[in-house]
Design a protein around this ligand. Structure first.
Ligand code: PGA
Length: 251
């Protein structure tokens, strides 16, 4: 009932040419996949990836957005601009944005609303740091982030969201949360959403992110509450990303 969604977050990688080559190579590997496949290139390569993905089952997302429609905000990109270029998804509140660029639950909420206003789907990232996990406050942290991100949204809107649970200590470190740990926190996130938006909790898709690779995707996807993955490092080569999509489709 919840269609799996595998998204590649390229972060600050790939030129326009590299992005085009990648998309063409991936398209053949994921043709007819039962899994939703999303590529999130840097802003500069969005248009090229949209063009290269035309007629394939690859959708395109951005990695960030500003919440205003237009104005004197040097260096920022508006939701309307992303929509026009062909984005269907926008990653919001990635831990690197929170850590290096001062994003807060409040600004995440503004971005989420702005993305929804343009008819795109936010992929909302939440997750605890190593320090927070060691203090035993993982649930408290993700609850605050989820409640903050979803503030003011009605239940029907919540049903269409994608949430990515990404423990910060597992991002780019090679350390994946165990399948049981990931399932446990993701089930908890679903229970928090149930409090906020009842039946929508069964429809909202929740991904796991943090050192996902072809070797661990199947076990993750076999967990009842894990609906996909947000993939960083392993999304940079068509073989590994294609392998993750295949693994997710077979799980
Ligand atoms: P990683 O990154 O797969 O390289 O750990 C995941 C992410 O940051 O979304």
């Amino acid at each position: 009932m919840r269609k799996p969604i595998i998204a590649g977050n390229w972060k600050m990688h790939k030129t326009v040419q590299e992005a085009k080559d990648f998309t063409k190579a991936l398209a053949d590997m994921v043709a007819n996949s039962q899994v939703e496949v999303v590529l999130c290139p840097p802003f500069t390569a969005l248009a090229a990836v949209v063009e290269a993905a035309e007629g394939t089952n690859i959708a395109v997302g951005a990695q960030n957005v500003y919440w205003e429609e237009k104005g004197a905000f040097t260096g920022e990109i508006s939701p309307g601009m992303l929509k026009e270029v062909g984005c269907k998804y926008v990653i919001v509140g990635h831990s690197e944005r929170r850590q290096y660029f001062g994003e807060t639950d409040e600004t995440v909420n503004k971005r989420v609303k702005a993305v929804l206003n343009e008819g795109m789907v936010p992929i909302i990232c939440v997750g605890e740091t190593l320090d927070e996990r060691e203090q035993g406050i993982t649930e408290k942290v993700v609850r605050t982030q989820v409640e903050g991100a979803l503030k003011g949204l009605d239940a029907a809107t919540v049903a269409g969201l994608v949430i990515a649970y990404e423990p910060v200590w597992a991002i780019g470190t090679g350390k994946t949360a165990s399948e049981e740990d990931a399932q446990g926190v993701i089930a908890y996130i679903r229970s928090v959403i149930k409090e906020l938006a009842q039946d929508s909790a069964d429809r909202v898709r929740i991904q796991y992110g943090g050192s996902v690779k072809p070797a661990n995707i199947v076990g993750l996807m076999q967990q009842p509450d894990i609906d996909g993955a947000l993939v960083g490092g392993a999304s940079l080569e068509p073989e590994s990303f294609g392998g993750i999509v295949k693994g997710a489709a077979g799980a």
